[in-house]
Design a protein around this ligand. Structure first.
Ligand SMILES: [Zn+2]
Length: 251
C-alpha cells in the first residue's frame, strides 16, 4: 500500500468517525429537547414532596394579614355549584372552610363575612385587599367533577414563584392529612395550573388573581360526592391542613 492510498483511507476513516460523532451528539441532544412552553396556560401534576422555588421563610408570618376569599356571593343568589341530593351549596361550604381556617389565628381575615352568607361584590373584595395589604390571598372554590385538588395561580404575577410554592405546600398538607382520607373518597389528582387572569372578567372567580400579592385559587373536591364520603365536610381537619401548608410555606 502506498502513501497516497494510506492518506485516502485515513481521510475516509476521519470523515466516517466525524459523522458518527456528530450523529451521536445529535442523538444525545435529542433526548434533552425541553417540553414546549405554552405561554398562557400550562398544567402539571405536582410532585408531593418537593415544593421548590424562592425562599419564603418568615418567622413573623403570624403577625401578617392573610386574606381568605370564600368564592361566590358576589351578588344575590350567587351560590356557585349546588347539589340538591346532599344539600351542598358551594358558597356556604367554602365560607365554612375559610372560617375553620380563620380559627387558627387572628391574622386570618375574610374578603366577605366568614360568619354568614353576605354579598360582597368583586369591587368590595378588591377594596378590602387594597385596605388590608395582605401578605397572601387564598381563594376557595369547590369543583363539580372529579375529586381533585386544583390550584390556580397567575402566570403574569411577579410573585408566580411564591404563589406556586404556596399552592404546592397547601396541596401537600391536604394530601398528607390522614383524617381527611378517613372513610372519605380518595383524592384522585392534584394540579397547579397557571392562567392569565386578564382574560377573565369581574364576575369570574379567576379575576381575584389579578392581585400583585402571592395568591392561590383553590378548587377542592367535588360538590357531587355524598356527605359521608366527602372530605370537604371535615372542615376542622381541612382548616388545620391548609394552616399547616401555609406554615410550611413560611418555614
Ligand atoms: Zn366556585
Amino acid at each position: 500500500m502506498n502513501i497516497q492510498n494510506m492518506e485516502v483511507i485515513i481521510l475516509i476513516l476521519l470523515l466516517g468517525g466525524g459523522s458518527f460523532y456528530m450523529y451521536t451528539i445529535f442523538q444525545h441532544e435529542e433526548e434533552f429537547v425541553p417540553e414546549p412552553q405554552v405561554a398562557l396556560e400550562e398544567e402539571e401534576r405536582i410532585d408531593l414532596y418537593t415544593c421548590q422555588g424562592v425562599d419564603t421563610s418568615d418567622p413573623e408570618w403570624k403577625d401578617k394579614t392573610i386574606l381568605l376569599d370564600p368564592g361566590h356571593m358576589l351578588f344575590d343568589g350567587d351560590e356557585g355549584f349546588s347539589n340538591a341530593s346532599n344539600g351542598f351549596s358551594e358558597s356556604t361550604m367554602v365560607r365554612e372552610i375559610a372560617q375553620s381556617l380563620s380559627f387558627s389565628g387572628s391574622n386570618f381575615l375574610g374578603t366577605r363575612s366568614l360568619e354568614k352568607e353576605e354579598v360582597a361584590s368583586t369591587n368590595d373584595r378588591v377594596q378590602r385587599i387594597l385596605a388590608q395589604n395582605p401578605a397572601l390571598i387564598i381563594s376557595f372554590h369547590v369543583g363539580e367533577g372529579e375529586n381533585t385538588l386544583n390550584a390556580f395561580v397567575s402566570s403574569t404575577s411577579e410573585n408566580i414563584q411564591e404563589s406556586r410554592k404556596l399552592a404546592c405546600n397547601i396541596i401537600n398538607a391536604i394530601i398528607q392529612n390522614d383524617e381527611l382520607h378517613n372513610g372519605n373518597i380518595e383524592i384522585e389528582g392534584r394540579n397547579v395550573i397557571s392562567l392569565n387572569p386578564k382574560f377573565y372578567n369581574e364576575n369570574d372567580p379567576e379575576f381575584i388573581l389579578r392581585t400583585k400579592k402571592p395568591a392561590v385559587l383553590l378548587e377542592m373536591g367535588s360538590i357531587n360526592i355524598a356527605r359521608n364520603e366527602n372530605f370537604l365536610t371535615s372542615k376542622l381537619e381541612l382548616g388545620e391542613a391548609i394552616y399547616k401548608g401555609i406554615g410550611d410555606y413560611y418555614e
